[in-house]
Design a protein around this ligand. Structure first.
Ligand SMILES: [Zn+2]
Length: 119
């Protein structure tokens, strides 16, 4: 079992993003994260900063078990071992924002979503 990775090329000007399960706001139109995210949100990760903006309790535990830090060489949440340790109904959305393509990481922002089974 492993999480799935989906790359989305984002072309709209607003960074507003909603949870694909319940529709709750993840990022507002101003780009700030909802301080009370829904239960489906596992994490948000900004690759330029190599840092998390939000980590759910399950993700904090998983990172501790894997002894992973965003500062680790080659770390990205859309790569193994983290992607391989997620559940099969967990999806990492990789958002590619417009900009110069050279030497850009594959994702500008990564968002982890847990899709409930049988909901
Ligand atoms: Zn949700």
């Amino acid at each position: 079992m492993a999480g799935q990775k989906v790359i989305l090329e984002v072309r709209w000007a607003s960074p507003e993003l909603h949870c694909p399960v319940c529709g709750d706001v993840i990022f507002s139109k101003q780009g700030s994260i909802n301080p009370y995210p829904c239960a489906h949100l596992l994490f948000t990760y900004v690759s330029d900063r190599r840092d998390w903006d939000f980590l759910s309790p399950r993700m904090k535990n998983l990172l501790g078990e894997l002894r992973l830090s965003p500062a680790s060489p080659g770390f990205a949440p859309w790569r193994s071992p983290l992607l391989g340790s997620l559940r099969s109904n967990d999806v990492v959305l990789c958002l590619q924002l417009p900009g110069p393509a050279e030497e850009k990481p594959p994702c500008t922002v990564a968002v982890g979503i847990h899709f409930p089974i049988g909901a």
